[in-house]
Design a binder for this molecule. Structure first.
Ligand SMILES: NC(=O)c1ccc[n+]([C@@H]2O[C@H](COP(=O)([O-])OP(=O)(O)OC[C@H]3O[C@@H](n4cnc5c(N)ncnc54)[C@H](OP(=O)(O)O)[C@@H]3O)[C@@H](O)[C@H]2O)c1
Length: 131
């Protein structure tokens, strides 16, 4: 009954970005961090002084995303290299695309984006650099 009622009168959130602890010593990497939920997350963590890296397929959107994030916050600039990665947030994803949708490699779009993409990203972008 409570959840039904809350659909008509949305309660105030019990946890907001103001409640997030400082992230000074943490390094984050967020796929799709230049738009949607990923962008909001990147902005929030950057404001909390986390070192945030965004990954995506569009250079232009990435540059714009970084500008927007830096513009909305005043923390120190990204450092080019990190010794550790504390959090990888695989945010990129599509949900129920039209039947028949496929990636450039002609793999069903949801499988390619939500499963294969993150797997390959971790395998070739992160693990190779860890050695
Ligand atoms: N919004 C919701 O209510 C909701 C609910 C449940 C789950 N989710 C999940 O939360 C995540 C973010 O959602 P959102 O609403 O922020 O989505 P969004 O605004 O559509 O953003 C999706 C992100 O994924 C990237 N992307 C999509 N296909 C890609 C591909 N093939 N290769 C590389 N990047 C790709 C997009 O980059 P480009 O700009 O380059 O396309 C964009 O940065 C998704 O995984 C979504 O399924 C969202």
């Amino acid at each position: 009954m409570g959840s039904l009622w809350s659909q008509f009168s949305t309660p105030n959130p019990m946890f907001t970005e103001d409640d997030v602890a400082p992230q000074d010593s943490k390094v984050f990497r967020i796929t799709g961090g230049y738009s949607g939920i990923g962008f909001e997350l990147a902005k929030m963590l950057y404001r909390k002084k986390g070192r945030v890296y965004i990954a995506g397929r569009s250079d232009q959107k990435g540059q714009q995303g970084i500008k927007d994030i830096q513009h909305s916050a005043s923390a120190e600039a990204f450092k080019p290299k990190e010794a550790k990665l504390h959090v990888l947030w695989n945010n990129v994803g599509v949900c129920q695309p039209p039947v028949g949708s496929a990636s450039k490699q002609v793999i069903e779009l949801q499988l390619a984006t939500n499963c294969l993409g993150p797997f390959l990203f971790i395998r070739y972008q992160l693990l190779d650099h860890a050695h």
